[in-house]
Design a binder for this molecule. Structure first.
Ligand code: CMP
Length: 147
């Protein structure tokens, strides 16, 4: 059964050609890429996307950063897509990543806990919400429910 996840390559990684080409290779080698889109967010849209973090100390920083440049979206599939992508990213904390898993994407290319390279959905429910957020016409169940 194919599981879907959404990867968002964050603005600082888009501006780093080494990081971007490395991340793209990883995605291409490990997943079936179903949709890809380059876009940019205004502060309001970024705020809506990250609404579960409203009130946290890093919320404003996160939203401003995500609206600061282009982002790449990838809807990608694998039998274990959510866990696989989050594993490749490594811990949210870049500092932790650098020590515990130096070859994870965040360990290699992360700059701070906010500028941590890329986002990955953390559950089936968030994957569905996030894919629909950016691709409202996406036929989620066509891809997801073929068992
Ligand atoms: P992401 O996977 O996009 O989901 C939420 C984001 O919030 C996370 O990656 C980080 O960019 C940011 N974030 C989470 N925790 C912290 C933190 N402790 N300090 C700063 N930013 C954070």
């Amino acid at each position: 059964k194919l599981q879907l996840t959404l990867a968002i390559i964050k603005p600082h990684a888009i501006k780093n050609p080494v990081a971007l080409s490395y991340i793209r290779q990883v995605i291409k080698n490990k997943f079936i890429v179903i949709k890809t889109k380059r876009t940019s967010l205004d502060v309001e849209t970024a705020g809506k996307f990250y609404k579960e973090h409203v009130g946290k100390f890093f919320y404003n920083r996160l939203v401003t950063f995500m609206a600061s440049g282009c982002i790449d979206l990838h809807v990608m599939g694998h039998t274990n897509a959510i866990e696989l992508w989050r594993g490749l990213l490594g811990p949210t904390s870049v500092y932790k990543g650098q020590f515990q898993e130096p070859y994870c994407l965040r360990g290699m290319f992360g700059i701070s806990d906010t500028r941590n390279v890329a986002h990955g959905s953390d559950s089936l429910a968030s994957a569905e919400r996030e894919i629909k957020f950016f691709f409202p016409d996406f036929s989620f169940y066509e891809w997801h429910s073929n068992d």
